[in-house]
Design a protein around this ligand. Structure first.
Ligand code: SF4
Length: 333
């Protein structure tokens, strides 16, 4: 099957310039050689700490950030950044839901006008048909059509995120980029929004690129997980497999912070606390990007970057010590 989204060896480097002639002295490697696919109807969670490059990658997929190198294809067609025809096509087929629904909605516009805005920009329908579509979209996300008249400040955070989702669906996109869509919401309503997104995915066959710093949020949401560290993917695989048998020490550390449903296992589970901060992408370590925080690091880790290799049927990891072994029990180096 042709992937809906195909990203190959994508790099987004930002030059740092200095001096009178503004010469380039080094690069910030925000995204550094990332490859993945998303199939139609599939959800991929891109997980990692703040500053690891997830949102820059999302911006490149949206056509808002020109890559330094590498390719992005959408529905089999190459995405040519900078071409207005590409931007128009992508802006219909790919929509985004950001973290903060307050910032995403214009406080001076009625909710109905906000939801209808993408339709008006793309010249879809007339005022009457757009109003009907707004009513349909509000119902779809669990709100009442009469809510169209109100301003965003009349709604709770969860309701505002529903409105943002309604607007994202207006043009019937194929892919939604969900950039931390529930992290600004109360814990009590996060699962409602995640369930709404799952229902919408089933109903319309949507694909999701779900960007999150929190693995616990993606556990029951995503089909596959890609763990990102300092601009690179360090582990990818089906969500169940990665949660049951993480291979990379970074994934293992992230997962150790995720609460377990079994209280007995939770009590006995050892949390892996990473020391130190994420290194600067302007000055990454020479070998493995994770070497400065990895409890297992050995000499080779300081010299050579480990490649992302197959470690199971559908699982990949980048680690000199662990990626050569099958992804199964006994992961201690
Ligand atoms: Fe740790 Fe070395 Fe593996 Fe990197 S390659 S994750 S430093 S053991």
């Amino acid at each position: 099957m042709t992937p809906l989204l195909s990203v190959r060896d994508l790099k987004v480097h930002f030059p740092i310039r200095k001096g009178f002639f503004r010469g380039e002295i080094r690069n910030v490697k925000a995204v550094d050689g990332v490859t993945f696919d998303i199939a139609p109807g599939e959800s991929l969670a891109l997980v990692g700490e703040s500053g690891c490059g997830k949102s820059t990658l999302g911006a490149a997929v949206l056509g808002m950030q020109v890559p330094t190198s590498g390719t992005i294809s959408f529905a089999g067609e190459a995405v040519r950044h900078g071409e207005s025809a590409t931007r128009t096509r992508l802006s219909r087929d790919i929509q985004t839901v950001f973290q903060d629904p307050v910032a995403a909605l214009n406080p001076k516009m009625s909710v109905g006008d906000s939801i209808a805005e993408p339709l008006a920009i793309h010249g879809v329908g007339d005022a009457k048909s757009r109003a009907e579509r707004v009513a349909e979209l509000l119902r779809l996300v669990g709100l009442h059509p009469q809510h169209a008249e109100r301003r965003p400040n009349a709604f709770s955070g969860g309701q505002r995120q529903r409105i943002v989702i309604a607007r994202a669906l207006a043009l019937q996109p194929k892919l939604l980029i969900l950039d931390e869509p529930v992290s600004a919401l109360d814990v009590s309503i996060r699962s409602q929004i995640l369930n709404l997104l799952l229902d919408l995915q089933k109903r319309f066959g949507l694909s999701y690129l779900f960007i999150s710093h929190d693995l616990s949020v993606v556990r029951h949401f995503a089909d596959r997980v890609a763990v990102m560290y300092l601009g690179k993917l360090v582990e990818t695989g089906p969500t169940d497999t990665v949660f049951a048998r993480p291979v990379h020490p970074y994934t293992e550390a992230l997962l150790s912070a995720v609460p377990l449903p079994d209280p007995v296992l939770q009590r006995t589970r050892k949390r892996i606390v990473l020391t130190g901060d994420l290194p600067s992408p302007a000055n990454p370590p020479k070998g493995c990007a994770f070497v400065t925080r990895c409890p297992l690091a050995v000499d080779i880790c300081r010299l050579d970057p480990p490649p992302l290799v197959q470690v199971g049927k559908a699982q990949q990891a980048a680690c000199h010590l662990r990626a050569a072994a099958p992804a199964q029990e006994g992961l201690s180096a």
